[in-house]
Design a binder for this molecule. Structure first.
Ligand SMILES: [Zn+2]
Length: 283
């Protein structure tokens, strides 16, 4: 069993769109603040006149939904692309948890010493432990698995119009610098008689963003996961984010944003469908 990102097998049912690696910096207004960390505001929209078959009255997919068949890109335990260490973390006892926090705290203390601080002064005394706990929260997505996230929210539904949930606010950590990047993700899909509860789209974005990431991979993982779970006619994911590693250091362009997208199925093949999605996302 392998727990790493399997980008080495691009031939498996996923074909990159022409735009999927488009990464561009677009000067815009200053980045959004990091307030409301814990809420995931979303604004769902559906295409064309609202279907009488509202998603909210969809009936649960038989009891089969409980045994969600996990396809190739998603590991058997539903964790989806974790490293081996994340499995240890998931299964550890309370005592092992505190040992982990203590170990991170020690490391942070070392960092404080290395930058020339006194880790024993009043203001910093509890910082290592605080940081250790915060870091565990920032990376809590490693302990979540797609099975639990999705489980009872798959519905059989005769709905084949585009579903878009846009502006899902996410907070992630850049794996190259361990500093945050924050932004908004918009997800669209065209069902193939199977829909997912709308809030679950945001939960999936949350699960993958609360791991060490690069924006391109985050965008792609969300798209591929949805594509495999829903077997829809298409999936589109667009993310616009501001990276503190760019804003605070290096090139120091405070207003620059990075946009990534990943399109599958009809969004990839049909420019009109893609345009319709992008119009939703922009407005
Ligand atoms: Zn970075």
């Amino acid at each position: 069993m392998s727990y790493h990102w399997r980008s080495s097998k691009p031939e498996t049912m996923v074909t990159k769109s022409l735009t999927d690696t488009d990464t561009m910096s677009i000067p815009t207004s200053p980045a959004t603040t990091a307030a409301n960390k814990d809420s995931i505001p979303v604004s769902p929209v559906t295409s064309r006149p609202p279907s009488p078959l509202s998603l909210h009255v969809a009936k649960p997919l038989e009891m089969k939904s409980a045994q969600l068949a996990l396809p190739s890109h998603i590991d058997v335990d539903g964790l989806s692309w974790p490293s081996i260490g994340t499995k240890q973390r998931l299964n550890e006892t309370e005592e092992e948890k505190s040992q982990r926090i203590a170990k991170i705290s020690d490391a942070v203390k070392t960092i404080l010493e290395c930058i020339g601080e006194n880790p024993n002064r009043e203001g910093l005394f509890k910082t290592p432990e605080r940081y250790a706990k915060a870091l565990m929260f920032f990376s809590k997505g490693y302990e979540e698995n797609i099975k639990d996230v999705v489980n009872d929210a798959l519905f059989d539904e005769d709905h084949e119009e585009m579903v878009v949930v846009k502006d899902i606010e996410v907070f992630s950590l850049c794996e190259h610098h361990l500093v945050p990047f924050t932004g908004k993700i918009s997800i669209g899909y065209i069902p193939n008689r199977r829909v997912l509860g709308l809030s679950k789209l945001a939960r999936i974005a949350e699960m993958f963003s609360r791991r060490l990431q690069v924006q391109e991979r985050l965008t792609k993982q969300i798209a591929i996961t949805l594509f495999e779970i829903l077997k829809p006619q298409g999936v589109a994911v667009v993310m616009e984010a501001s990276h503190l590693c760019m804003v605070m250091r290096g090139v120091q362009k405070p207003s620059s944003k990075t946009v990534t997208s990943y399109m599958l199925g009809r969004f990839r093949d049909d420019p009109k469908t893609r345009e319709e999605f992008l119009t939703f996302v922009r407005t």
